[in-house]
Design a protein around this ligand. Sequence first.
Ligand code: 1GP
Length: 232
Amino acid sequence: MNTSRFLQQITQKEQLAILLDPDKLQVDEIARLIRDIPTQTNFLLIGGSFVSKGKTDIIVKEVKKHTTLPLILFPGDHEQLSNHADAILFLSLLSGENAAFLIGHHLKAAPEIKKAKLSVIPTGYILIDGGNHSSVAQKSRTRPMNPSDIEKIVNTAITAEYLGKQLIYLEAGSGAKTPVKPGIIQEVAKNVELPIIVGGGLRSRIQIQEAYQAGADVVVIGTAFENKNLAL
Ligand code: 1GP
């Protein structure tokens, strides 16, 4: 499917994405895991900060056997690719100034992505402090943005739009103590035209509803699903 149609499909109002981290999964548990995916789920993200080479493709192939949900790569680096996925979030970590995460991994991955014919979704990825030392911060060696500095967060999102990104991902980090606050989502939504994904630390129905009401088009749940702790 072409990228803009795909993007439209996955960012319709109030979408729910479940994140699977290949690093934490074994092939023989995938069938059961897929059965546990909430019926409201619109698509799956697959990725993590620390995934060994080749594991992503193994897990993607297995997941595809058990579900027809769209499957989108959410890679922590250039090695987390699979030509069996439907699309890839081509993430630029705009909250930090580590060149490897702004263009480095991208350059290494581009020829493989081209061959794989994935839909590529240019995504402005913004890490906001969620109260713990997130794996994204560790892996990228960048500092998250201060949630109190809403102006800078909004300006980063506006910059993402001007850079031609097609999606904004507001990330509090996996297992965040404090998810991205509705006030931040609201200000970003007010100032950019792009669809917004929000993830990190969301675990309750109320938090998810608040994120949607504030302007999130997509909410991502990883840890709460893994821990069977998701209260929808
Ligand atoms: C992490 O935004 C995702 O990259 C999901 O976070 O694991 O805390 O749900 P959680």
